[in-house]
Design a protein around this ligand. Structure first.
Ligand SMILES: Cc1cc2nc3c(=O)[nH]c(=O)nc-3n(C[C@H](O)[C@H](O)[C@H](O)COP(=O)(O)OP(=O)(O)OC[C@H]3O[C@@H](n4cnc5c(N)ncnc54)[C@H](O)[C@@H]3O)c2cc1C
Length: 434
């Protein structure tokens, strides 16, 4: 057993886990970082080898280090000067190299403070983490930074169904003229479409989602946040929504989103369960496409596909997926109708986004069953306190078990992108270093 009474065990070595380990090392705290992929620092988002996959956040907001806003831009200037535009959208691959570089340089500056284990954590007992390959690891606290799980909508439905679009080589079988159907019309659909295009694919693409909404584009120039009036942040949710609608009648929606971003987590925390439930059910799809915007060049490429008649986006819900060895038939019900339709394609890709399900997760499911953790009332994720500590069934925070990154969304909502995660890293590592 690898054990140190003082170390922190971090499960997940993507951006969140790797940068938490780095920050702990800087604060004088040792950690063991366990990652199933083994490419520490990359995670799902930054492991793409394709340079056409761009960051969806401007470079000057992507510093991995809280308090050093120009860290990533400086790194770009030193290593990839052609991409060092502070307002630009750099390739995600380069961002991954930057994160790995920071992790390595902290390891060099603080030898022995970070131990890497390439393996999958399979169970958690007390503060001991069991791994599929190797000895269990024990520390004084465990941080779950397990990130974005693969989608689950179309899993296990046959060889022509690509249920994890991020699995290595997932798109390799798709031929140049093949018909592709995608469930989901968000960021992952966009990623797949431009990646296929760059690989020489010239076939048609049919994309289905409940509302048929796609991510909006960033403006060419950064958007200054507008001044937030109390009408937007106080009072009944319906009145705030009405105020926001009035605000954007003048076309300033990006500025409004920029203004809301720093206070979104606070608004989420302050909302009661009924308001949160209504928001998730009715507003979330609209929020997501306006909040998580894509680079203008990517948006132009997607518009080009649609304009050429190769991309058809439909609003509707999946009824069934039937696959043979050579084709997939997707049955769906268009929004607002009662008649099912079918779409036949050579391939179907599940781009419905991360399939978070803590109750069925092998690490967190048993914790919930044993009362060491509980789900938030909407079942979005584990219930946490302000520092990211897991709340037990009786609401008591467990100082030895913390959650970081996307799995903390039930409590913080905005905890998916780097600018938000790096702030959480600061809070969480500060609490652990005390
Ligand atoms: C395709 C994509 C593009 C994105 N683009 C941007 C962007 O441009 N800008 C931005 O700010 N944000 C972006 N994001 C948001 C992204 O969530 C964060 O930037 C960040 O990468 C999250 O990192 P993470 O470490 O929390 O999760 P992940 O990157 O998902 O990493 C989690 C890691 O944990 C490992 N793991 C999971 N379970 C176990 C286990 N049981 N045992 C061991 N290891 C385990 C996984 O293998 C993985 O390596 C993007 C997300 C995606 C999916």
């Amino acid at each position: 057993m690898t054990s140190s009474s003082d170390q922190i065990v971090i499960v997940g070595g993507g951006f969140s886990g790797a940068m938490a380990a780095a920050r702990l090392a800087e604060r004088g705290v040792a950690s063991t970082l366990i990652d199933a992929r083994g490419d520490f620092g990359l995670g799902v988002a930054y492991s793409t080898p394709f340079d056409g996959h761009l960051l969806n956040v401007r470079a000057n907001r992507m510093s991995a280090v809280d308090g050093r806003p120009d860290d990533f831009v400086r790194w770009l200037a030193a290593h990839h000067p052609g991409h060092a535009d502070p307002e630009g959208f750099a390739p995600r691959r380069l961002y991954g190299l930057y994160v790995q570089d920071r992790l390595r340089s902290i390891e060099t500056a603080h030898p022995g403070r970070i131990t890497r284990i390439h393996g999958r954590a399979t169970a958690l007992r007390g503060t001991t983490v069991a791994c599929d390959d190797g000895d269990p690891v024990t520390g004084r606290a465990v941080v779950l930074a397990t990130g974005n799980p693969a989608p689950r909508t179309a899993s296990d439905t046959g060889a022509r169904v690509i249920s994890d679009p991020w699995a290595p080589g997932a798109l390799d079988g798709i031929g140049a003229e093949d018909r592709v159907a995608i469930i989901g019309t968000g960021l992952t659909m966009v990623d797949m479409a431009i990646w296929l295009q760059a690989r020489g694919w010239r076939g048609p693409l049919f994309a289905l989602s409940r509302r048929g909404l796609g991510p909006r584009a960033h403006a060419n120039q950064p958007d200054a946040p507008l001044a937030l009036s109390p009408r937007l942040t106080h009072g009944p949710a319906s009145a705030r929504l009405a105020a926001a609608r009035r605000e954007v009648e003048t076309g300033q929606w990006r500025n409004l989103m920029e203004a809301l971003r720093p206070v979104t987590a606070d608004l989420w925390r302050a909302a009661d369960v009924v308001t949160r439930a209504r928001w998730v059910r009715h507003l979330r799809p609209y929020w997501d496409v306006h909040r998580h915007r894509i680079a203008p060049t990517i948006a132009a490429e997607i518009d080009g596909l649609a304009g050429a008649g190769r991309l058809t986006v439909v609003a509707g819900r999946v009824v069934s997926v039937a696959a043979t060895d050579t084709t997939v038939t997707l049955s769906y019900r268009p929004k607002g109708t009662r008649d099912d339709r079918t779409q036949t394609a050579d391939w179907l890709i599940d781009c419905t986004g991360p399939g978070h399900d803590p109750a069925r997760d092998p690490l967190t499911g048993p914790l919930i069953a044993a009362g060491r953790a509980r789900l938030d009332p909407l079942g979005l994720g584990l219930d946490l306190d302000e520092a990211g500590r897991v709340l037990g069934a009786d609401g008591t925070p467990d100082p030895t078990l913390l959650v970081l990154g996307p799995p903390a969304r039930a409590t913080f909502w905005e905890t998916v992108a780097v600018p938000d995660i790096r702030k959480r890293i600061e809070v969480l590592t500060g609490a652990l270093a005390e």
